[in-house]
Design a protein around this ligand. Structure first.
Ligand code: SF4
Length: 112
């Protein structure tokens, strides 16, 4: 087992490409959302989003702005780089698909 490196080789490749593109110019910034990690690239549902959280316009920053965003052990102030989006659930039994939707079945199984 290996620890995730956030695909450091891809980050370095993007840095080198930005430097090569810049040449003598001082503009060495990596274009926004121009590369991603291998796992994010391979995920067919786009469940993993990678990007520059210091860039407020990046896709990952926009997703982290959502109310559903949370970090594990945040209350210990460990400041992890990975955060998650809480699952969307609608336990309202009056919704049209409430009885037939498998994704809604969790609330019916809860003990009273
Ligand atoms: S593929 Fe994903 S889990 Fe693996 S090193 Fe890259 S970012 Fe980490």
């Amino acid at each position: 087992m290996e620890k995730c490196t956030f695909c450091v080789q891809r980050i370095e490749e993007a840095k080198i490409a930005a430097l090569a593109r810049a040449g003598a110019s001082p503009e060495t910034r990596i274009p926004r959302d121009s590369f991603t990690t291998a796992c994010a690239q391979a995920c067919p549902t786009e469940a993993i989003v990678f990007g520059d959280i210091k860039d407020p316009e990046s896709r990952v920053s926009k997703m982290k702005e959502q109310d559903r965003n949370y970090r594990i052990l945040d209350y210990l102030n460990v400041v992890p780089r990975v955060s998650y989006l809480a699952r969307v659930r609608n336990p309202n039994p009056n919704m049209p698909d409430a009885e037939t939707s498998a994704s809604q079945a969790w609330w019916r199984k809860l003990p009273e």
